[in-house]
Design a protein around this ligand. Sequence first.
Ligand code: 5GP
Ligand code: ZN
Length: 115
Amino acid sequence: MVNDCIFCRIVAGELPADVVDRAEDWMIFKDIAPAAPTHLLAIPTRHVPGVADTVDDDTGLVGDLVGALTCYARRAGIEDDGYRLVINQGRDGAQTVPHLHVHLLAGKRLGWPPG
Ligand code: 5GP
Ligand code: ZN
C-alpha cells in the first residue's frame, strides 16, 4: 500500500467507494465523476502505478482486470448495447491517478476518436 495513493486507500477501506465487485487481486468500483451513465474502474489491490509498469509482469494482471470488467458487463446486461474499456497512461494519456485502473464506460453512444 502507498499511503498517499487514493486507490490504495480505497482498497484498504480508508476512503469510501461504491464497490460493485472484488476479489483478492482486484476490485471494481464506481467512478466518483462519471463520464457516462455507467462508469466503473477496475484496479489491482496491490499498488501498480500504471500499465507501463506491467511490461515485465507475468501475472496477467491487466488480463484479470479486463476479465473482471467483461464478466461484470455480461452479468449487468450491458454487453449487447456495448461498452468501452480504457487505460490512460502518463501525461499525454491523461492519467490523473497513478494507480493502474481500467475504465468501463457504458450507457450511451460514446464518441470516437477521443479528444
Ligand atoms: P484517469 O484520468 O487517471 O485515467 O482516471 C482516474 C479516474 O478516477 C477519474 O475518472 C476520476 O473521476 C476517478 N477518481 C478520482 N478520485 C476518485 C475517488 O476518490 N473515488 C472514485 N471512486 N473515483 C475517483
Ligand atoms: Zn495505489
